[in-house]
Design a protein around this ligand. Structure first.
Ligand code: PEP
Ligand code: MN
Length: 363
């Protein structure tokens, strides 16, 4: 367990961080801050002043010039401000300007040298808070290591930001949410709050609601959302930034689950769960029996030189189960997924048994 403290002194169990992708000029920054603090219930103002862009010809951020503006926003609108830092120099400049909340972007958190450089530079700055986005590729160990590096440097105010993963494939969203990694992160580091960044997962405004809602139902502790007074004119990420009214509409639509502990003293849930545990138990006993038979079949196939894959048999099994699933009103595509996993693992199991029985080292 890492020694973690909340990044803000707020009692709220759900944090909303919002602001533009990039600081573009003083007017845009102040206009966004003013509207955000007037209408939406935001807890922290975000903006990027050093932008990690793929192309050197893209807008790479306004740089340190924006630091005093951000400090002014913090004071005038009484809202904590956070910015992205990617080098020890960024941290040093921001600290000098009085900024104390930071996040590491996905292109920084992928590089242990960069992370270590910033972590070492943060030694002794106990009051700062660091949020760490997941690395661009789904390497959870790398992400965990980032928290460990900052913990070793004495930083306790930490949080994680989940922003999905690059795949290089053409897909609906800009980044693959691959929610199983969020679940795994939460399981391993239960003490670290996790915020979801639906803007960078979605890539397009129209997908923001479904992503944000899904993350909330996966019990995230807050959201980081990109907002711009005129999104279509934004200098970066214009397709995913929300207008101020867009943010309000989104917030009104979202169901935010309560953070009350549902695991104790809830008899209704307790009963359902007991029932579920019995079913899971039976299910896994049955699966174990299924694998015992698969083993017998593998031995028989080996003795009689029969191929593991018998395509007609597989077709027959598949059709029968899908028919049953339809009769039971089950989601057929889900059943198909389970079936193919079952078939794939059975093939692998048989193949391993046969190979092991006849394995002699190659010379
Ligand atoms: C950002 O938050 O503006 C950003 C660059 O995000 P990410 O690091 O997730 O790509
Ligand atoms: Mn952005």
């Amino acid at each position: 367990m890492l020694p973690i403290k909340p990044i803000l002194n707020s009692k709220k169990s759900f944090l909303l961080i919002a602001g533009p992708c990039s600081a573009e000029n003083k007017k845009q920054l102040f206009e966004t801050a003013q509207l955000l603090t007037k209408t939406s219930q935001i807890d922290m103002f975000r903006c990027g002043i050093w932008k990690p862009r793929s192309s050197p010809d893209s807008f790479e951020g306004i740089g340190k010039k924006a630091l005093p503006w951000l400090k002014e926003i913090e004071t005038n609108y009484k809202i904590p401000v956070c910015i992205e830092i990617a080098t020890a120099k960024h941290l040093e400049l921001a600290i000098k300007a009085g900024i104390q909340h930071f996040w590491l972007g996905a292109r920084t958190s992928v590089n242990p040298f960069s992370v270590q450089e910033i972590a070492s530079a943060s030694q002794g700055l106990e009051n700062i808070s660091i949020m760490i986005k997941n690395p661009v590729s789904p390497d959870l160990r790398l992400w965990y290591g980032n928290f460990e590096r900052f913990a070793k440097a004495g930083i306790q105010k930490m949080a994680a930001i989940y922003r999905g993963f690059a795949t290089g494939k053409i897909q609906l969203y800009r980044n693959d949410p691959a929610w199983k990694f969020l679940i795994e992160f939460k399981r391993v580091y239960k003490e670290i709050p996790v915020y979801c960044d639906p803007s960078h997962i979605a890539g397009k405004r129209k997908y923001l609601y479904e992503i944000a809602q899904k993350s909330l139902l996966l019990d995230v502790d807050g959201l980081m959302i990109e907002v711009h007074p005129t999104p279509n004119k934004a200098l970066s990420d214009k397709e995913q930034q929300l207008s101020l009214s867009g943010l309000d509409k989104l917030l009104n639509k979202l169901i935010i689950p309560s953070k009350n502990d549902v695991n104790t003293d809830n008899n209704t849930l307790k009963k359902y769960r007991e029932h579920l545990d019995i079913i899971d138990n039976e299910l896994f006993h049955l699966l174990a029996k299924r694998f015992d038979i698969i083993k017998e079949i593998a031995l028989y196939k080996k003795e009689n030189k029969i191929a593991v894959l018998q395509i007609h048999r597989w077709d027959e099994v598949r059709n029968n189960i899908l028919q049953t699933a339809t009769q039971l009103n089950m989601d057929v595509s889900l059943v198909e997924m389970i079936l193919s996993l079952l078939h794939e693992t059975s093939i692998q199991y048989q193949e391993q048994i046969i190979r092991k029985l006849s394995s002699e080292p190659l010379t």
